[in-house]
Design a protein around this ligand. Structure first.
Ligand SMILES: [Zn+2]
Length: 298
């Protein structure tokens, strides 16, 4: 083997390594997209006046009332026609959407909001801490503000919500609980539903996740992030939950519970133990990550 060939090979290896490195960082600079986010899922009745109208990976809920409907989560822009079709498949009118709510201001729950507002004229109600994020189309997000793929059409907020505020329509009331950390205005929704003469506490979890890359220690863009997560655990542990739901079906095992939903059988979404178990695990994950990041700083 000549010296030139060896050099060429070495050069090639270096170039290949650089290419792999730059590709890797390019990929991580983009927002994560899970393929099941745009996979359809059959719309279904959960309990009382509450229905599932989301995709396989992104949860959306419809609350129906005699004065029009409330939609929770607009999801990706690409999901809007699917949400509309799901609502209509259940026999409701998309145009009857009077109020639009979100779990939190990330693209996978809020990117379709501008489109839904335009199509239905719904009033958009968002928790205070998330308002600048949705109104800037994700650009003021503390983590993903510079991330291509995490930005979306800005949508004007019609009512700014605060912790404990009620959203009322046609005899139904949803309560907005501030459960911050994942985003500044991350919201856990609760409501009561009545099914076969019994009343149940519904809880739609905003997000308990510490995403990859989240800085819990010395976060200049979000200095109080760790305290906010702490406040979220306190709130989540204090809320009553019979019917456990969330911003992603994976939080509450939707794909496992859905086939069990059969007429006359106990509603598989009534799962208070599953809720407690889930938030206990998520709090543990947070504490492990916080300890890891704290010891790295010392
Ligand atoms: Zn999120």
């Amino acid at each position: 083997m000549s010296l030139t060939t060896t050099n060429m090979r070495q050069n090639f290896t270096i170039v290949a390594r650089l290419l792999i490195l730059s590709l890797g960082s390019a990929v991580s600079a983009f927002a994560q997209v899970s393929p099941d986010w745009t996979d359809p899922f059959p719309p279904f009745h959960i309990a009382g006046n509450l229905y599932y109208v989301g995709s396989k990976g992104l949860a959306s809920y419809l609350v129906t009332t005699p004065q029009g409907n409330i939609l929770i989560n607009s999801d990706l822009e690409a999901n809007v026609p699917m949400i509309q079709a799901s609502i209509e498949k259940l026999g409701f009118k998309f145009k009857d959407t009077k109020i639009l709510l979100i779990s939190h201001a990330h693209w996978d729950h809020a990117a379709g909001s501008a489109k839904i507002k335009e199509m239905t004229g719904a009033s958009y109600m968002v928790m205070e801490g998330d308002v600048p994020v949705v109104e800037s189309g994700g650009m003021s997000d503390f983590q993903y503000g510079q991330t291509p793929g995490a930005l979306y059409p800005p949508a004007k907020v019609d009512r700014v919500l605060h912790d404990g505020d009620e959203v009322k329509l046609g005899g139904t009331a949803l309560v907005a609980h501030l459960t911050p950390g994942h985003t500044r205005g991350c919201t856990t929704w609760t409501m009561k539903v009545t099914e076969a003469g019994r009343t149940y506490n519904v809880l739609i979890l905003g997000s308990p996740n510490v995403n990859p890359g989240y800085k819990l220690v010395d976060n200049k863009a979000y200095p109080q992030i760790a305290q906010d997560y702490e406040s979220m655990w306190r709130v989540l542990k204090s809320l009553p939950c019979d019917i456990f739901l969330g911003a992603h079906g994976s939080y509450f095992g939707m794909e496992q519970k859905y086939p069990l939903l059969k007429n006359g059988q106990p509603n598989s979404f009534i799962d208070p133990q599953g809720y407690q178990k889930y938030i206990t695990q998520k709090e543990q994950d947070f504490r492990t990550e916080l300890a890891k990041q704290s010891s790295a700083v010392k």
